[in-house]
Design a binder for this molecule. Structure first.
Ligand code: SAH
Ligand code: SF4
Ligand code: F3S
Length: 486
């Protein structure tokens, strides 16, 4: 998922300066104890840490940005590639001496690695006290208090219902302008390379009324942008009969039909024309024309789609169990261009060196990139994950040097295309939403255009949260630079 997966094997112009994890910030509401959370992996995990902080807050914890001050340390972990897990293991070993000098400290491993490894983590990592999977966060206060009494605990129960719909997240990962809203959990797709269906469980959609309410609350608190999150947002589906009966108190026409992603998008877009709406991730097999038409109808739905292709070759796509082929994918891209035009941003994820991939098949990925012209991509080499279909069925037979060389070719191609795409913006007038000062200089402001590109402007009278019209004057592969049009 975009912006998003920050483990260190990601190579993308967009995330070149990104750190590989996020931590909590200091919050002082007078609670007795301090919680420090470090979050790895995708936006879903960052969003989950906000739910965890909320649950812990109700149980006597403020967050801290300093792990040395913490009574409880949580690592919210990712299993997507081997490197992501290695990073967490290294981090745990760094906490060893801290735990020795402060034996009352509780250390918890949450998230996908907890789910994948379960009890084994307690055996392998002696300093860990609690191991809790993504659907069991309501049990954290119990597990932590048992750990304080010297009893280690594991809860990796995966639920078919849990969506944490009633929990108001503590906004940890936010600049006060933009926030994540989780709209569904889990994934039913079983792509052969992917560990997510095993770590996140079955797909389930959250009550749409709680989603709209959350967007409304955020807007009232001054937020200007929400990103609707799910592994496969286009398969969002909520039917009143199957869900919360309390909703049936609503007017008949409000509850009679099944709500799909296009409907949900529209409901959130209607909160306010001044609230930008983004979403991630779209699966090429599921993105519908109805979603594209809804995007077109609302100016505040950002014209940007993260549409991971993984490979440009149909045989490899079949082995990956992506359930679409090259032609299907290219047809979806043509439809996006037809309905939303050339200015709609499109990004992708790519995997180099999947099992049995030939040089010619790798070339197909490069030629597909030339056709689609992605604005940017998240690019990886294949990392076999235990328990996945690919690990069971196929040999991980592409040598590491070959995987790395193919990845480098994909990255070079993407950098050239990103620059080419950014050059098309030169001279254009675009509306950007200011997110804060530029990372490089306090004298510049950083915003984002509808297509999700970062735009840097001189720091004059504007503040974060302002919408500003700018003319694009310069660009690099990763960034646009503009001047304010008064
Ligand atoms: N639900 C999203 C992807 C989530 S995982 C989708 O279907 O598009 C984010 C990305 O990590 C994937 O798109 C894929 O490119 C990459 N990824 C997943 N498993 C991987 C593996 N075993 N090795 C390398 N990259 C992987
Ligand atoms: Fe993984 Fe595929 Fe689900 Fe994405 S759609 S999370 S790649 S199984
Ligand atoms: Fe996300 Fe990593 Fe889990 S990408 S869903 S945190 S395996």
């Amino acid at each position: 998922m975009e912006n998003l997966i920050k483990d260190i094997d990601i190579i993308s112009p967009k995330v070149a300066q990104a750190c590989d994890f996020k931590t909590t910030e200091d919050e002082n509401t007078g609670k007795a104890k301090k919680l420090y959370i470090e979050s790895y992996g995708c936006q879903m995990n960052f969003s989950d840490s906000e739910i965890v902080a909320s649950i812990m807050k109700d149980n006597g914890f403020d967050t801290t940005s300093d792990f040395e001050q913490a009574d409880v340390i949580f690592l919210n972990t990712c299993s997507i590639r081997e490197k992501a897990e290695q990073t967490v293991r290294k981090r745990l070993s760094q906490f060893n001496s801290l735990k020795k000098s402060k034996p009352e400290l509780t250390i918890g491993v949450l998230g996908c690695m907890a789910e994948r490894l379960k009890e084994k983590l307690l055996e392998e990592e002696k300093i860990v006290d609690v191991v809790v999977g993504p659907d069991a966060y309501r049990d954290l206060p119990n597990l932590v208090s048992s750990a304080e009494d010297g009893h280690k605990g594991v809860n990796t129960f995966l639920s078919r219902e849990e969506t944490y719909a009633d929990i108001a997240p503590v906004r940890l990962n936010s600049n006060g302008v933009s926030a994540f809203i989780s709209i569904m959990r889990g994934c039913d797709n079983m792509c052969s390379f992917c560990v997510v269906p095993f770590t996140r469980g079955r797909e389930r959609s959250r009550d749409p009324y709680s989603i709209v309410q959350e967007a409304q609350d955020l807007f009232e608190k001054g937020y200007k942008e929400v990103t609707l999150l799910g592994q496969n947002v286009d398969s969002y589906k909520w039917s009143p009969e199957e869900n919360n009966k309390a909703r049936l108190n609503k007017k008949e026409e409000e509850v009679s039909a099944v709500i799909n992603f296009a409907h949900l998008l529209e409901m959130v877009a209607k909160v306010s024309p001044k609230l930008r709406v983004r979403f991630s991730t779209s699966h090429p097999k599921d993105i519908t024309d109805e979603v594209l038409h809804t995007m077109k109808r609302y100016d505040n739905i950002c014209k940007y789609i993260h549409l991971p292709v993984q490979s440009g070759n149909s045989r490899v796509l079949e082995l990956m169990n992506r359930t679409y082929d090259r032609e299907w994918y290219l047809e979806r891209v043509s439809k996006i261009r037809e309905i939303l035009g050339d200015e709609c941003g499109i990004s992708s994820d790519m995997i180099a060196g999947f099992c049995t991939e030939t040089e010619a098949e790798h070339q197909d990925t490069l030629t597909l990139m030339d056709i689609v012209k992605y604005d940017f991509s998240y690019m990886f080499f294949y990392s076999e994950r235990p328990g996945t279909l690919a690990a069971k069925k196929f040999e991980d037979d592409i040598p590491l040097e070959t995987k790395k060389r193919r990845l480098a070719e994909i990255i070079d191609k993407q950098n050239a295309i990103s620059l080419e795409r950014n050059k098309l913006d030169l001279g254009k007038i675009q509306e950007i939403l200011i997110e804060g000062t530029s990372k490089r200089s306090e004298l510049q402001l950083r915003g984002r255009n509808s297509a999700n590109k970062v735009v840097i402007i001189p720091n004059n009278q504007y503040q974060k949260g302002d919408y500003v019209k700018v003319k694009i004057t310069e660009c690099s592969p990763a960034t646009l630079f503009g001047e304010v049009i008064s």
